[in-house]
Design a protein around this ligand. Sequence first.
Ligand SMILES: Cc1cc2nc3c(=O)[nH]c(=O)nc-3n(C[C@H](O)[C@H](O)[C@H](O)COP(=O)(O)OP(=O)(O)OC[C@H]3O[C@@H](n4cnc5c(N)ncnc54)[C@H](O)[C@@H]3O)c2cc1C
Length: 481
Amino acid sequence: MDTVIIGNGILALTIAFRLSRAAGEKDTISIIGKRERTGSATLAAGAMLNSFAEIEADSLDNELDLYRFELSHLATKMWPKFEQELITAAGSCLPSGCRNCQGFQGGGCVDCGTYIVNNTAADDLDDENFDAILNALREFNEPHELISPRDIPNYLPDQRYRATRALYIFNEGWFNPRLMIEKLEAILANSPQVNFINTNVAKLLKENETVSAVELEDGSAIAGENFILAAGAAVSDLVNNSALGIDIQRIFYGVGVSVEIRSPDFPHKKCIRTPNRGLACGIYSVPYITADCNDHILLGASNFISPTPYPYGRITSVESLLKAGMEQINRNFYRADLVRVNVGWRPTSQDTYPMIGRTSIQNLIIVSATKRDGFHMSPLISEYVVAMLNGQPVDKRFDVFAPERSPIRPLTREQAINKAVRHQTSAAYQHGFSPSKSRMPEQVGKMFRDELERLHDQVGAYDWGIPPEMLDMYRYGHAKP
Ligand SMILES: Cc1cc2nc3c(=O)[nH]c(=O)nc-3n(C[C@H](O)[C@H](O)[C@H](O)COP(=O)(O)OP(=O)(O)OC[C@H]3O[C@@H](n4cnc5c(N)ncnc54)[C@H](O)[C@@H]3O)c2cc1C
């Protein structure tokens, strides 16, 4: 079987890895994508393996979101074995940064242990989300401990922003994603069936109701039998350029900035993060480890949704992350070194759910829209996609993420507006909103609500709600009502 994979992020490479394990002598796997990976979400990711830490007050309220959580929890459990498979497959070709690696036992680019801090830097949405995390940890019997914030190593926030509560989740960890990509590339380069093509795809070519080839940017074509479109946030643009006759909802560019710093006096050993807040994931710091260095830290992450690729990190995103890192994690970061600013595009669908599965073109699978947890989900997604490719059964419930579905709309208008008011208020506080001592918070809340009601009327959203992250895309006509 000749398989063509379009894209070279974590999903493309983990799918290629699983395929290559079972490949026969005559099989070929082509992985197409520029090595520089402009806008790659994977390279910008904190690469946290969070399920519980991502829970919000309404995260487990409907069957679909519960299923999504079940998958996320399953992915957490798959990682140790998957990582061991990668290390074994790499053998002597492990990159030098991985040379002390013992997988989840330590010494490599992965470790476990996440502190969640409940501080007062934003508003009480943080408290609600912290409670939701704690309740879920208890309900699902997940190992955790409520601890004093003062016992968190290297947690030295500004007095005004100190946490009043904290908890420790034992099994939620993180990777250094750059090292993971290096490792996967080294493994795949050793496989005789795999061929890396260092350029981008311009379009997919269709003949007789199947995809016959892809056209590269230089005009040449690569033919194949099966095609996996895993080009992250660029998937919609590629489908639109290709006249395939399929209709998928738009995937937007969730532009996220993360900042790598070097802090030799305050090296971190564990991840420290807030709950999700203000339409994003709050502030976090993760140790950015390799065998050669243990004093780099990644601060993340910002988010805004754009209809087009956005190459640069906005000054405000960098400023907010550095300020939040110093105020809410460790005030001594003021004398850390600035190593790198990453900009990655989280592939985010209009309904904000993943888009993974076969299309009505029988030999085309799309794998995208993993938004904020594609790194974490990659062992599971790669397993399911390879099963789809081989015609093996996959959990029927997974069909809900089929690429040509209509947008999923689990929120009522009222729920969506309430949620958006909460998140917009939280974002305002996070960015310095300081109301006068009058009815101002209520007045601002009412202003948000009135505008949201008008927007829902304007797009005809009477019996459904706009996902809060997508407000601007509806406001400016980029999302189809
Ligand atoms: C700041 C930030 C923090 C994040 N934190 C986390 C986290 O803690 N945990 C987590 O699980 N997830 C996190 N994510 C999300 C995660 O990074 C993504 O869900 C995941 O990386 C998506 O993987 P991908 O392979 O689909 O996309 P990408 O990594 O974006 O890869 C797509 C690749 O396709 C290539 N490409 C684009 N166009 C073409 C073309 N025309 N032809 C060929 N190739 C093309 C691109 O260059 C790119 O390399 C974060 C994302 C960001 C931006």
